[in-house]
Design a protein around this ligand. Structure first.
Ligand code: GLN
Length: 485
């Protein structure tokens, strides 16, 4: 087995026992990226010098006998909407093609103080808008299981890189499903943490009230390990909560006897793929075998979840993207004679179609005369959905759903049909509208051999239950075979 094929928790032990060095491990990954990334396009920027320097530093500290974090010396890559000081951050957009971040995001500070090794920045849909990574200005990422298919999105680069051994760990961002859906398409684990548990400082805002950074990894243990590193209050982010977080990794428990798992079957009418549903029901049988009790639950107003998500997220996006005007950041159009034209040309040429669509939709739903009938209604719908789901957690510990109604689709299948693309998020947006944590774990393959994901959602700040359920499932089901590349 090659070094890039191991899980982080295994590598952590190998590093501790001095069986390997971080330098060897990092070199093995950089070689893998060099060999594979032309094919997969998971990375926008690779930082070999920075990575090797950090690997050497981690090795040196270990040699000195310092007490190190679990992820010390482990290679990690972050989605290209997370700031890393002095490294390019494009957000998958022409607008920021040559933009260099002047500071570190809080999560990156945490990685650095844990002596993790940052290998690079991962491909994504422009400003995290999309479900396929086809909206990246730098070209789409390919799915390692079938390179004619999408890796999912918007954190497609994260999921593909983790799956293909181009990184051991990754951090993505999830506003409506962007960590979980690509994780399910690429057969890896992805967690959207509770809103407010991970600092958003240094994450380029898409829809600020939903955005959350989270881990993309090869197994549940690794996800818990990485979540423990990045969570916690941050004075730079007023939406990060002030509370004492307990460690999840050391408390992982595969015995879920007595755990109640709610299944909102009425929601599944949106899933027309019988093989995806079959795999979901097989997963429930496994959870039952682990000792969980499956109960049927009714969630109200669920049909409004997707429209509410797209109205609210576009409204927030239209405001957040206003800062890209050719003055403050990145790209500025040439040949404009006056400032108004300069803004216009910059935004016309700098943004891709999907961003423009969201800006227009968002501006429309916020405009006088439409605010009450769209934005306000969407907020009301989101509140109703939130209270209905919150109530369910008095009778159930975890809610199970498929992560996505489908598996990885072919390039171009939905690219020109925005509504079809938006429907990819029917099962993931609940966690964002409610702020609750949700994980996607690999749960098998569809009839064409493409990965399927199981989504487990918990009450706010109940990551431990979500991890435990996923861990129990994974302990019985195992990890899916990775594609030969
Ligand atoms: N696919 C969703 C969207 O396009 C989710 C994006 C995300 O989570 N960043 O809005």
């Amino acid at each position: 087995m090659e070094l890039y094929e191991y899980n982080a928790f295994e590598l952590c032990e190998m590093l501790e026992n001095r069986k390997i060095s971080s330098l060897e491990l990092t070199t093995s990954l950089l070689d893998r990226i060099e060999m594979l990334d032309k094919k997969l396009n998971a990375y926008i920027t690779v930082c070999p010098e920075k990575a090797l320097e950090q690997a050497r530093a981690a090795d040196k500290r270990r040699m000195k006998g310092e007490c190190l974090s679990r992820i010390a010396g482990i290679p990690i890559a972050v989605k290209d909407n997370i700031s890393v000081k002095d490294v390019k951050m494009t957000c998958g957009s022409k607008m920021l093609e040559n933009y260099i971040s002047p500071y570190n995001a809080t999560v990156v500070e945490k990685l650095e103080s844990s002596n993790a090794v940052l290998v690079g920045k991962l491909n994504m849909d422009e400003f995290a808008m999309g479900s396929s990574t086809e909206n990246s200005y730098f070209g789409a990422t390919r799915n390692p299981y079938d390179t004619n298919r999408v890796a999912g999105g918007s954190s497609g680069g994260c999921a593909a890189a983790v799956c293909a051994g181009e990184t051991i760990l990754a951090l993505g961002s999830d506003t409506g499903g962007s960590i979980r859906q690509p994780a399910s398409f690429c057969g890896v684990v992805g967690l959207k943490p509770t809103y407010g548990s991970v600092s958003r400082y240094g994450l380029t805002a898409f829809a600020s009230s939903f955005d959350q950074i989270g881990p993309v990894c090869r197994c549940v243990k690794d996800a818990a390990m990485l979540f423990d590193v990045i969570k916690g209050h941050d004075m730079h982010d007023s939406t990060s909560v002030k509370m004492q977080f307990s460690e999840t990794f050391s408390r992982l428990e595969s015995n879920i006897g007595g755990m109640k798992i709610g299944v909102p079957e009425a929601v599944f009418k949106d899933c027309t793929r019988s093989d995806v549903l079959d795999s979901f029901y097989d997963s429930l049988k496994i959870l039952e075998k682990c000792g969980a009790k499956i109960i049927s639950i009714n969630m109200n107003n669920t049909e409004f979840a997707l429209p509410a998500y797209y109205v609210i997220s576009s409204a927030e996006a239209s405001s957040n993207l206003a800062r890209f005007d050719g003055v403050r950041y990145g790209y500025r159009a040439e040949n404009a004679d006056d400032p108004d034209l300069m803004y216009k040309y910059t935004r016309s040429k700098g943004f891709g179609d999907e961003c423009k669509r969201r800006i227009m939709l968002g501006t429309f739903v916020l405009s006088a005369g439409y605010y009450d009938s769209y934005y306000k209604k969407a907020i009301k719908a989101a509140d109703l959905i939130k209270s209905s789901i919150k109530e369910k957690f008095s009778e159930t510990d975890v809610i199970a759903m498929p992560t996505s109604p489908e598996t990885a689709f072919r390039f171009g299948d939905k690219h020109n049909d925005p509504l079809a693309m938006y429907k990819s998020d029917v099962f993931t947006v609940f966690a964002n509208l409610t702020g609750m944590p949700a994980i996607s774990v690999p749960s098998g393959f569809d009839k064409s051999g493409l990965p399927v994901g199981l989504q487990l959602m918990g009450d706010s700040f109940c990551e431990q239950k979500v991890f435990d359920t996923a861990f129990a499932f994974e302990s019985v089901f195992g990890s899916p075979a990775k594609p030969k590349l």
